[in-house]
Ligand binder design. Structure first.
Ligand SMILES: CC(C)(COP(=O)(O)OP(=O)(O)OC[C@H]1O[C@@H](n2cnc3c(N)ncnc32)[C@H](O)[C@@H]1OP(=O)(O)O)[C@@H](O)C(=O)NCCC(=O)NCCS
Length: 176
């Protein structure tokens, strides 16, 4: 990965152990994790494990979620990026998947869309993916709206750890 990625308003860089407090703030917030299939984290050690795991993904898979920094304030606002799904989801394994997650104070500014576009550039142009996949809880209206807006095709529902989700696929030429 050629990093950092600099967009109009954001910087995408690798997560580092020093992001611990910010990552805990993110994943301990019930509004943030409402549709992502986990309970709010209660211990910082859990966030430390998440960061370690993402750092190993950079090493083992050449990609993983990236910290997103708001240029104007230099603040950590969340993450976005392409993960290699090494555990099967909806029957798919070893495929690239787009994801994003932000602190509520930064919602509604177009940051998910802006960072997703940068992540898709990375996936298609640096990782040379043919297709990029995504999934979202069927009740997560904002995320489902964003994925559709980016050109993702809704391939129907599946059950992910008890949650009804939509599965999406995007081919490079169908990007919007
Ligand atoms: C989902 C999430 C990433 C969106 O981030 P964001 O930066 O607010 O998203 P954006 O501002 O780029 O785009 C939001 C779009 O959804 C639209 N929107 C907002 N609420 C909506 C709703 N209830 N139904 C439909 N569209 C909605 C907005 O109008 C905007 O569209 P526009 O850019 O065309 O005006 C953010 O809310 C979040 O981090 N949620 C918690 C984690 C999560 O659910 N991650 C996704 C898991 S699949």
């Amino acid at each position: 990965m050629k990093l950092p990625i600099i967009t109009e308003r954001l910087i995408l860089r690798k997560l580092v152990p020093e992001d611990l407090d910010d990552m805990f703030l993110l994943d301990s917030n019930p509004d943030v994790v409402k549709y992502v299939g986990i309970k709010p984290l209660t211990k910082k050690e859990e966030s430390a494990k998440v960061i370690d795991n993402i750092i190993s993904q950079y090493e083992n898979n050449g990609t993983g979620r990236l910290a997103v920094i708001e240029k104007e304030t230099n603040q950590f606002i969340g993450w976005s990026g392409i993960k290699l799904l090494t555990e099967e989801v909806n029957g798919f394994k070893n495929v690239y998947e787009l994801g994003y997650r932000f602190l509520p104070g930064f919602w509604g500014k177009g940051y998910a869309t802006e960072s997703a576009k940068a992540s898709l550039d990375l996936g298609f142009n640096q990782l040379n993916a043919d297709k990029i996949y995504a999934y979202a809880d069927i009740e997560n209206q904002t995320s489902n709206y964003i994925l559709t807006k980016l050109g993702f095709e809704n391939k129907g529902t599946f059950l992910d750890k008890g949650d009804h989700c939509y599965w999406y696929e995007l081919e490079k030429n169908n990007r919007k």
